[in-house]
Structures are given as structure tokens and as C-alpha cells.
Write a protein that binds this ligand. Structure first.
Ligand code: SAH
Ligand code: SF4
Ligand code: F3S
Length: 440
């Protein structure tokens, strides 16, 4: 048998890209590739890129530059760019960086094997179409090897919301939901390979409306309830959600579906109604706060996470104060905050931006507040009893690291713990980035 070719994939951006990288590795696996962690060994390097902020996109070009010596050392090395920068910039990437052999968008990676064959034959290949066929149906079935205990499953992709700052509707295309039967089969396959927790992914996952097995469409809550029946699947999460798609049955599921974990990432972006309007978010700060109230009524211990943008065009000091006020009112367990980055092709990119120094100062203040809240939420876990799904060995001998129901990293040193175990743990300490505990 010929020696397997080696594939090195580097993934940027959101969890959807993490999922896609796994699928691309499976697709190329059928062409004889094995994944390596070392770019020096690779016959093919793929960068799965993110276009969400300017810095993210620029990173791709500097990373590509660094592969130059590798290509000089190994003329057979092929370099590909996948993901959202590939979608947004297409063939431009090849012009800017001649060492790139292949550019593949997020909707065509099932065509990678054919593209790989073409570049092996000396061609350069670009495919950033939004094809009619469903890429998921055209992917080879992966090896039946054992999987890590926590896995992602893409259920919905794309976005029709068109927030004024965001590239996702352009890079990922219109909202598409995968059919229920396919997802149940894929989830079943994951469970058979050792998966105990599935995070359902979508750019707007709670807008999920997939075709049901007996006709009609299912919403996300119904899908979650069905998945919760799968024997061996202990935990379900979903991300990312939009406040306007948080329907009654989904809120209810947080209260009555024990396998749905008490953690929710629900971005609001700003606490100012003026800015929310300018962002085309189609909800007010008050709408969001009332929604949080309803969620907490269903599940009082729900840990909330959010995304924020500061320095959006037109943001005044008062608008920013409104954001701080909303954050104080909600009390986040976890959050991501960003300085606004103008993205070519989006409506907000045409508008006059906020002074950069002002935006930086706002970001610092917001991050200080969010940091305090995150710290407080983590410290409040000390003394509590949680469930932990153990995923991998820790740094100390005999130590295992996993995630609590609330998605906190937890480490426990106890030789009885095996990878994939879900154990009851009493939290005894709160460190810089993780909790420590003992088995109960
Ligand atoms: N679909 C998700 C998030 C997608 S992008 C949602 O609707 O919430 C992830 C986060 O990146 C966004 O929530 C937003 O906070 C941030 N983001 C998106 N575009 C940005 C931009 N142009 N500048 C700065 N941050 C941005
Ligand atoms: Fe982007 Fe808005 Fe769609 Fe989220 S909802 S992906 S922020 S356009
Ligand atoms: Fe980035 Fe594309 Fe995800 S732009 S955040 S990788 S959808």
C-alpha cells in the first residue's frame, strides 16, 4: 500500500469552521490523506479561514507567507485556502499569494477530492460557488473511528438577517436547514463512536426549520427533544442564536429538557436602541431583557453568554453607557466583545466610524466589566455540585479535564475517572481559567 499523504489543517473563526475542517479531512481521507499536526510533514496544507473582522482576514495572508520555505523545501506541497476568506475573496487570493494552489468556499468542500486531483496534475483550482446540491449528501462517510466525547453537528447554515456590520450572509449564503432524518442519523453515528455531548451548530441555529421525517418542518426545540431520546447522548447544546428566533417552545425546553444544558450564547451586540436600529438587529434592548427574564423563569440557573460590538458607526458615549447598563442588568457568565471592524460590502462600511482611540477605550471598559462578571460567575461555583463530562487528561499525572453543565472547564485528579465519563463533582477551587474539584 502506498504511504498515506499528509494533510495539515489550520482552523480559524467559529465552531462551524471546526466542524467543516473535520468534514474536509474526511473528504480528503477518501483521497488517501491522513491528518498531521505538523505543517513540515504535510503534502497539503489547508487554512480554513474567517472573514468576520479585518484582523482575522489579514492573519491568513501573513500565515500563507510563512509557508513559503516549506514549499521551497517540498515542491510537491499543495496549499489551499478554505472558509470565509476564500468565499469573500475568491481568486483574488491567488493573485495576492502565488503559492496558493487551491481556493474552496464553505459550500463546495465536498468537491475537494476532485480539486485535489486537479492540483496534483499541476492546475490551480478555485471553487466558491453556492451549488444546488447539498454538500453534506456528497461527502464520503468518515472512518468509523472512536470520537472525542463532545462533538459538533451543523444543523443550519447561513444567515438571512443582514446585520449592517456582518459578512456572514455573504460568505455563508442564505439560511439552509438540514433535514431532521439526516441529523438524527448523523447524531446516532456520533453516539456509536463514543460521543456523549453534541453541540448543534448554525450561524442562526435557533432559526432552524428542517424538513421532518413525515413532512412538515421541525423547529429547533422539537429537534432537541428528539435528540434527547437517543440512548447514550447525555448532553445537548446549541449555538449561535439570535434573540428574534427564541421561540416559546425553545424557551420551554430549557425548563423541561434535562439533557439541554443550562448555558446559552445569546448575542445582543449593543444596549442602545439607536445603535441596535442602525445595526439592523430588529429588536430593542428591552426586548432582549424581557427575553432573558423569560429564559431565567424557565431555567433559573441558566448561564448566559453574549457578543458585543463597541465603536459601531454613530455610537455616542450615551449609547455606550446603555451597553454597560444592559450588561450590568443581565449579568453574563461569559462574553465576547469586539471593536467594530468595517467589512467591505456591508452597509455599515459606508458610514463614518468612531474615533479609534475612543473605541479602544470603550472596549477596555466593557471588557473590564465583562471580566468581573465572568470571574464572579466562576467563583460562585465553588462549593456547588455539578456534572462534568471528562474529555482529556490534564497537565498533572492522574488529572482529567472536562466541562461542567455550565461549560466551565473543570479539572479533577482522581485515577477512577475515564475519558468520556460524566461524574458528579464538588467544586473546591476557582483558578484563572478553570475550576478544580473532587468526585462526590
Ligand atoms: N450569528 C451570530 C454571530 C456571528 S459572528 C449572531 O448573530 O450573533 C460572531 C460575532 O462577531 C458577532 O456576534 C459580533 O459580535 C462579531 N462581529 C461580527 N461582525 C463584526 C464586525 N464587522 N466587527 C466587529 N465584530 C463583529
Ligand atoms: Fe451576522 Fe447578524 Fe447573521 Fe449573526 S444574525 S450571522 S451577526 S448577520
Ligand atoms: Fe468567521 Fe465565517 Fe465563522 S466569517 S465567524 S468563519 S462563519
Amino acid at each position: 500500500m502506498a504511504e498515506a499523504k499528509k494533510l495539515f489543517i489550520k482552523t480559524y473563526g467559529c465552531q462551524m469552521n471546526v466542524y467543516d475542517s473535520e468534514r474536509m479531512a474526511e473528504a480528503l481521507g477518501a483521497s488517501g490523506y491522513q491528518v498531521t499536526g505538523m505543517p513540515e510533514d504535510a503534502d497539503m496544507i489547508l487554512l480554513n479561514t474567517c472573514h468576520i473582522r479585518e484582523k482575522a482576514a489579514e492573519k491568513v495572508y501573513s500565515e500563507l507567507g510563512r509557508f513559503k520555505p516549506l514549499k521551497a523545501a517540498n515542491p510537491d506541497l499543495k496549499i489551499g485556502v478554505a472558509g470565509c476568506v476564500a468565499q469573500a475573496e475568491g481568486a483574488e487570493i491567488m493573485r495576492r499569494q502565488p503559492l496558493v494552489d487551491l481556493v474552496v468556499g464553505p459550500q463546495t468542500y465536498h468537491r475537494l477530492p476532485a480539486m485535489e486531483a486537479a492540483v496534483r496534475a499541476g492546475a490551480r483550482a478555485v471553487d466558491t460557488e453556492f451549488p444546488e446540491e447539498d454538500k453534506f449528501e456528497h461527502l464520503p462517510k468518515g472512518p468509523r473511528a472512536k470520537r472525542a466525547p463532545a462533538a459538533f453537528l451543523t444543523v443550519q447554515e447561513g444567515c438571512d438577517k443582514f446585520c449592517a456590520f456582518c459578512v456572514v450572509p455573504y460568505t455563508r449564503g442564505a439560511e439552509v436547514s438540514r433535514p431532521v432524518a439526516r441529523l438524527l442519523a448523523e447524531a446516532q453515528g456520533l453516539v456509536e463512536r463514543g460521543v456523549r455531548e453534541i453541540t448543534l451548530l448554525g450561524q442562526n441555529v435557533n432559526a432552524y426549520h428542517g424538513g421532518g421525517p413525515e413532512g412538515g418542518t421541525w423547529g429547533l426545540a422539537r429537534l432537541i427533544r428528539e435528540l434527547a431520546q437517543l440512548e447514550g447522548l447525555e448532553r445537548i447544546r446549541y449555538t449561535t442564536s439570535h434573540p428574534n428566533d427564541m421561540e416559546d417552545d425553545l424557551i420551554a425546553a430549557h425548563g423541561d429538557e434535562p439533557r439541554l444544558m443550562p448555558y446559552l450564547h445569546l448575542p445582543v451586540q449593543s444596549g442602545s436602541d439607536r445603535i441596535l436600529k442602525a445595526m439592523n438587529r430588529k429588536h430593542t434592548a428591552e426586548d432582549y431583557l424581557r427575553l432573558i427574564e423569560r429564559l431565567r423563569a424557565a431555567r433559573p440557573d441558566l448561564l448566559l453568554s453574549g457578543d458585543f460590538i463597541v465603536g459601531f458607526p454613530g455610537e455616542t458615549d450615551q449609547d455606550f453607557e446603555d451597553t454597560l447598563a444592559l450588561v450590568r442588568e443581565v449579568g453574563y457568565g461569559q462574553a465576547y466583545s469586539f471593536k467594530y471592524s468595517a467589512r467591505p460590502g456591508t452597509p455599515a462600511a459606508e458610514r463614518k466610524g468612531v474615533d479609534d482611540a475612543v473605541a479602544s477605550e470603550r472596549l477596555q471598559r466593557l471588557q473590564a466589566l465583562l471580566g468581573q462578571q465572568q470571574r464572579a460567575a466562576q467563583d460562585a461555583m465553588v462549593g456547588r455540585v455539578v456534572h462534568v463530562l471528562f474529555e482529556k487528561p490534564g497537565r498533572i499525572a492522574g488529572q482529567m479535564v472536562g466541562k461542567s453543565d455550565y461549560l466551565h472547564a473543570v479539572h479533577v485528579t482522581d485515577p477512577r475517572i475515564l475519558r468520556g465519563d460524566i461524574r458528579v463533582v464538588r467544586i473546591t477551587e476557582s483558578g484563572p481559567n478553570s475550576l478544580g474539584g473532587v468526585l462526590v
